[in-house]
Design a protein around this ligand. Structure first.
Ligand SMILES: [Zn+2]
Ligand SMILES: [Zn+2]
Length: 658
């Protein structure tokens, strides 16, 4: 039996080799000039973008301005399986026994048809884009580090590594996105390009923004999945508030008029369900390319989350929605909400069988899973508003995250269609999340077989506010707020998008790739030391592996705990707290010495930029140094401006402060 199996394996290997030899592929010739002619086999918008951007990325890296990807020693065909007329993409997949089940929509294959002829294929335009960017990363060794930097690399790439075809990869998660707040809902090219070039596919939209956004999605192969607080959109108070007050919940014996924040909809009323279904169907009729509608409830936090006690609504609840005796946890209304959502999507699916619908598991009362089935066409956005960002979600020593991990686990036992929203910004000067906790989170999400991630951050410059000729709005921020936020957190966001593709990519490699692409090779290796040292201190500030301590003399409960070493975005995140984490001391007299191991590689990198007369790199390093100056000033230390090594002009012990 064993012998027969072995023979079968050998035969498979032999057949495979006969069908597909391996060939070496690269992008630059010996003299550093591009040697690839790239063509798109088909008319898909993302395929055209892949062809255009292949040339643009090579131009940017090599700074050879006239490269257009026309003809070359190597020919590279970009193709979507089944859409290339020649059947070559399908043949390439077959030669390696690959198919859609194995690669998914967004995996890709680079296949050598001869030693000079290659085909890059996938089952979607987004898959081909992923392949183009991965191949360029592996050969040229740089990727766009942050939106503001665009394709502005600090130095010329003069040689390229070889890769061996066949070569295939696929993402760990189906949904890889960012939710961009404090900006307006229309296309923002700097962010979109950066996300696409870093293999993301899910910028998000809502019924209010979809019409303005989706025309820009097709070239990037972005997913048309909506989110957001949408109850007030589907059932407008302006339209029905006077004629049908019973569409809104009964709160303290009265029909609420809080239609935007503070009140939800009376989901037990069949007329409300009818109306939502009717409005949603009309919306899909108008925009038939939508993949998922949104039925996200309104934002809230008081009056029982605004769900109300209408008898028709109460009838949807389960006795298990109430807290167990002795528990500090609130009751939940998620059963009522998901039962209503199940009804709606089932009716939408009668006309549009593949349509999906986004629902929330957002806020303390609603993160608890429902006591009912979850329709497989519902996409659950798990949104733990107050998660600790120092510790991983499944860190048993984090007193804040343990109940979130428990609830998330229970949701994922009910449905695989869950993605994570997290909250990674707080202050433009302070990074919140550690690289270590990011990696552990993503590994946990993969273990739970989740759909992916879409944390809330703010966009980078230059189009952070996204005004595009429109007037400034009161809730937008001044321009440099956006830039500052990414100065402080850009590396973390970069790591996040890398880990969404592969949660096992070593953190050190991610940091090296970012630093090489952002600061250049020589200064970059010093800046990598700097960033890794900072992140290590932030990680250590969480006292990894130690049993949790709570703030004050609080007793640990089964609900909200405040861990002494925890932090999250709404805890008045500030420079004091961050600098304690960064320097690992509360004693200002010790801060100067504690800062030195961080400052030394930073200053060395700055000297490299001076020696190379590279102003772009110098300016980028100076942004990091500016943040450091702020953290140190808080403790009474001022750095000397002109010195080549870190020295203090003023420090607490000098008597100039206090
Ligand atoms: Zn924590
Ligand atoms: Zn202090």
């Amino acid at each position: 039996m064993r012998f027969q199996l072995l023979t079968a394996c050998l035969l498979t290997v032999l057949t495979w080799h006969a069908a597909a030899e391996s060939f070496s592929f690269t992008v630059l010739g010996k003299n550093g000039t591009p040697i690839v002619g790239v063509k798109a086999a088909g008319n898909d918008a993302a395929l055209a973008q892949a062809q255009r951007d292949f040339a643009a990325m090579v131009r940017a890296a090599t700074k050879i301005e006239d490269y257009r990807g026309g003809r070359g020693w190597f020919s590279l065909t970009l193709a979507i399986v089944g859409e290339d007329n020649t059947g070559e993409a399908e043949a390439a997949m077959a030669a390696h026994q690959l198919n859609r089940d194995i690669l998914g929509d967004e995996g890709f294959l680079l296949h050598g048809q001869s030693n000079r002829k290659f085909i890059l294929c996938a089952y979607s335009g987004r898959g081909v884009l992923n392949g183009v960017y991965k191949i360029l990363e592996k050969t040229l060794g740089v990727v766009p580090p942050r939106p503001q930097a665009g394709l502005d690399y600090p130095e010329r790439v003069t040689s390229s590594a070889s890769i061996t075809a066949p070569c295939w990869e696929k993402p760990a998660f189906d949904l890889r996105g960012l939710s961009l707040s404090s900006s307006l809902g229309w296309p923002r090219p700097a962010m979109d390009n950066w996300m696409s070039r870093n293999l993301m596919n899910f910028p998000g939209s809502s019924p209010q923004t979809f019409a303005g956004l989706y025309p820009s999605f097709s070239q990037y192969g972005f997913r048309q999945i909506m989110g957001g607080h949408t109850f007030h959109f589907w059932v407008p108070f302006k339209e029905f508030g006077e004629t049908h007050p019973e569409y809104w919940p009964l709160i303290h014996g009265e029909r609420t008029k809080q239609w935007y924040q503070g009140g939800q909809l009376a989901l037990g009323n069949p007329e409300v369900i009818d109306l939502v279904v009717q409005r949603m169907l009309a919306y899909v009729d108008k925009y038939p390319t939508i993949e998922a509608l949104s039925f996200g409830y309104n934002d809230n936090g008081k009056d029982g989350f605004g769900w109300g006690e209408d008898p028709l609504c109460l009838a949807l609840d389960s006795p298990n929605d109430l807290p167990k005796p002795g528990s500090k946890r609130p009751r939940t209304w998620s059963t009522r909400y998901i039962k209503a959502s199940n009804q709606i999507i089932a009716r939408i699916n009668q006309k549009y069988p593949k349509m999906k619908m986004h629902v929330y598991a957002y806020h303390w009362e609603m993160m608890q899973p429902p006591d009912c089935e979850v329709n497989p066409n519902l996409i659950v956005e798990f949104a733990p508003l107050y998660k600790c960002c120092v510790h991983a979600i499944n860190d048993p020593n984090c007193p804040r995250n343990d109940l979130l991990a428990e609830w998330l686990t229970k949701w994922t036992e009910k449905t695989p269609n869950v993605y994570m929203r997290d909250y990674y910004f707080a202050s433009p000067y302070v990074p919140l999340v550690t690289l270590d906790s990011l990696q552990k989170d993503l590994q946990f999400f993969r273990e739970r077989k989740m759909l992916g991630i879409r944390p809330e951050i703010i966009p980078d410059a230059p189009d952070g506010q996204n005004l595009q000729g429109r007037d400034f709005a009161v809730w937008l921020r001044p321009s440099n707020y956006y830039e500052r936020a990414w100065d402080a957190s850009g590396l973390r966001y970069f790591a996040l998008v890398r880990l969404a593709w592969n949660p096992d990519e070593p953190i050190e490699e991610i940091v090296n790739l970012f630093c090489r692409s952002y600061y250049g090779a020589k200064a970059g290796s010093l800046m990598a030391q700097y960033h890794l040292a900072c992140d290590r201190n932030m990680m250590l500030s969480g006292h990894p592996g130690e049993p949790a301590k709570l703030q004050g003399d609080a007793e640990r409960t089964d609900f909200i705990n405040f861990g002494m070493y925890c932090s999250c975005w709404n805890w008045a995140v500030n420079i004091r707290g961050h600098s304690h984490r960064l320097f690992l001391t509360e004693n200002r007299k010790h801060v100067g010495a504690a800062a030195m191991p961080l400052l030394e590689p930073l200053y060395q990198a700055r000297q490299v930029a001076y020696q190379e007369l590279n102003l772009l790199v110098l300016d980028r390093i100076e942004k990091d140094l500016d943040l450091m100056r702020q953290y140190l000033l808080f403790h009474g230390y001022q750095l000397k401006d002109e010195s080549k090594t870190p020295e203090f002009l003023v420090q607490p012990s000098s008597g100039a402060v206090d």
